[in-house]
Design a protein around this ligand. Structure first.
Ligand SMILES: CSCCC(=O)/C(O)=C/O
Ligand SMILES: [Fe+2]
Length: 179
């Protein structure tokens, strides 16, 4: 894992876009993001059990597995969105970038590689892209039924209760609710 400020320069989203300014794990923690490196899947199983995650699936994002829809999927994941659930992703192979919004609404780019596991809080604005390998194999963990519900950023999400709870958590006035 490596985290840095996105350079905001034009160009393919799959390029590194590394401004050269690193972002610390402490700052990621303040945004509510947790990160682990787990070469042993037993550690993932323990984390899932501890957090009461009952379900999981695997997704392989690549032209080989997705064919003609690959480019559309890559664009879709790159739309800025939030989820009403915590998002836990464990990289099984390949890699990719999650971009998350900072307190000042700037993009922080988080580069994930094999065995990286990241937990993002409900309500944080973010987006995802494969990197120039065009290959991400990831495990997605779910508390209940496997479902992926992105809410694209807009007037509605700004008033979303999970967004508001996230912002309260950021200013220290409340914990994030869970389903
Ligand atoms: C690497 S898993 C696919 C992307 C995804 O699930 C997500 O929520 C992106 O924001
Ligand atoms: Fe997401």
């Amino acid at each position: 894992m490596k985290a840095y400020w996105f350079d905001n320069l034009p160009g393919d989203q799959r390029e590194a876009h590394d401004s050269g300014r690193e972002v610390s794990s402490e700052y990621l923690n303040k945004l509510g993001i947790m990160y682990f490196n787990y070469p042993n899947v037993e550690d993932v199983n323990s984390l899932a059990a501890k957090r009461k995650y009952k379900n999981r699936d695997e997704i392989t994002i690549s032209p080989t597995t997705m064919g003609d829809v690959y480019e559309d999927k890559v664009k879709m994941f790159f739309n800025e969105h939030l989820h009403e659930d915590e998002e836990i992703r464990y990289i099984l192979d390949g890699g990719g970038f999650f971009d998350v919004r900072s307190d000042g609404d700037e993009w922080v780019r988080i580069k994930l590689e094999k065995y990286d596991l990241m937990i993002m809080p409900a309500g944080i604005y973010h987006r995802f892209t494969t990197d120039t390998q065009n290959y991400t194999k990831a495990m997605r963990l779910f508390k209940e039924d496997p479902k992926w519900t992105p809410l694209n950023r807009g007037a509605e999400t700004d008033n979303n209760e999970y967004r508001e709870a996230y912002l309260k958590m950021r200013d220290g006035s409340a914990p994030i609710p869970s389903h």
